[in-house]
Design a protein around this ligand. Structure first.
Ligand code: ADP
Length: 305
């Protein structure tokens, strides 16, 4: 039987334009190459898990506009169940307005729209999706009270709760105590622990501080260095796979999704971190977010290398 993962979180349409440079305040410049690209950390992580063969259920909220239709079609294309993605006819679907300049720099405005109205009641209406999950995946692009309620329901039904604290914000102990594994990157770990996280030693200290706040397992992703897995004192550095990286967008989402699938399949923690590293590495070898998320076949090939 395949692994079952439920993702409760954000769905956005990314509106991406290229421009020679990022405009100054008040300035209009002529750009090129406009595209609508499905995104949102919740949806990206749902796609990451589905591509790796898990049975995935997405729980979230979208608007009554045509972006909403496209986002649902996009989930369905990867076989993701969207029964519990609530349509809110009053709201706009979440969007991210992204300008990418010729140097590869970007500027982004996220208008959360319906994601900001994703409520504890939405989560309660989706209880069935939490009851059948082996693993619940959460991020912080949804209201904290909704994240909290989702974690409570998953725990009550015996699912493991993974929290990718992105974008980072202070987390209440009541939420941390429900989290089986907290998976920040270096920037998020720094924000959560109020200290700089640059070296491996910094990462170990940050992990210890996070463990002290009541989480059982902390995994700090370290880009091309891999990831630090910490439980109790110390920690193990699980090294990255060496690849030709061209675009690191969605490496974190790929990592979290792959780690979730491995745990849902009952694999040990260190192996699950290796799975995360493999998917993260593969995601850096292609441009874009969802298009770069690897298939099971590609993942297994890299893991066997
Ligand atoms: P985020 O995308 O959230 O900033 P990271 O940059 O830490 O997260 O990347 C997540 C994971 O992707 C890393 O832990 C690593 O396994 C993998 N990864 C990222 N960049 C590279 C790279 N240049 N080479 C190999 N693996 C990478």
């Amino acid at each position: 039987m395949s692994a079952r993962v439920t993702v409760a979180g954000s769905l956005n349409m990314d509106l991406v334009a290229r421009a020679p440079r990022i405009p100054e305040p008040g300035e209009t410049i002529i750009g090129s190459d406009f595209r609508n690209v499905p995104g949102g950390k919740g949806a990206n992580q749902a796609v990451a898990t589905a591509r790796l063969g898990a049975e995935v259920s997405m729980v979230g909220r979208i608007g009554g506009d045509t972006f909403a239709d496209s986002l649902l079609r996009n989930l369905a294309a990867d076989g993701i169940d969207h029964t519990y993605v609530t349509r809110d006819p009053e709201a706009a679907t979440g969007v991210a307005l992204i300008v990418v300049d010729d140097a590869g720099e970007n500027s982004i405005v996220v208008a959360s729209g319906a994601n900001a109205c994703f409520s504890p009641a939405d989560v309660e209406a989706a209880e069935e999706a939490f009851a059948r999950a082996d693993v619940l995946l959460l991020q912080l692009e949804s209201p904290l009270e909704t994240v909290q309620r989702a974690a409570e329901l998953a725990r009550a039904h015996g699912a493991k709760v993974l929290l990718n604290p992105a974008p980072a914000q202070a987390l209440p102990d009541a939420l941390l105590s429900l989290v089986d594994a907290l998976i920040p990157n270096e920037t998020e770990a720094a924000l959560l622990t109020d200290r700089a996280v640059r070296s491996q030693a910094d990462a170990r200290e940050a992990a210890e501080a996070l463990l002290a706040s009541g989480v059982e397992t902390v995994i700090i992703t370290l880009g091309e260095r891999g990831a630090l897995l910490a439980q109790g004192r110390g920690g193990t550095l699980v090294p990255a796979f060496s690849v030709d990286a061209v675009d690191t967008t969605a490496a974190g989402d790929a990592f979290v999704g792959s780690f979730a699938v491995a745990l849902a399949e009952g694999r040990p923690l260190e192996e699950a971190v290796r799975w995360g590293n493999a998917a993260g590495a593969l995601a850096t070898t292609k441009m874009g977010a969802q298009p770069s998320l690897p298939t099971r076949e590609a993942l297994e090939r890299l893991l066997a290398r």
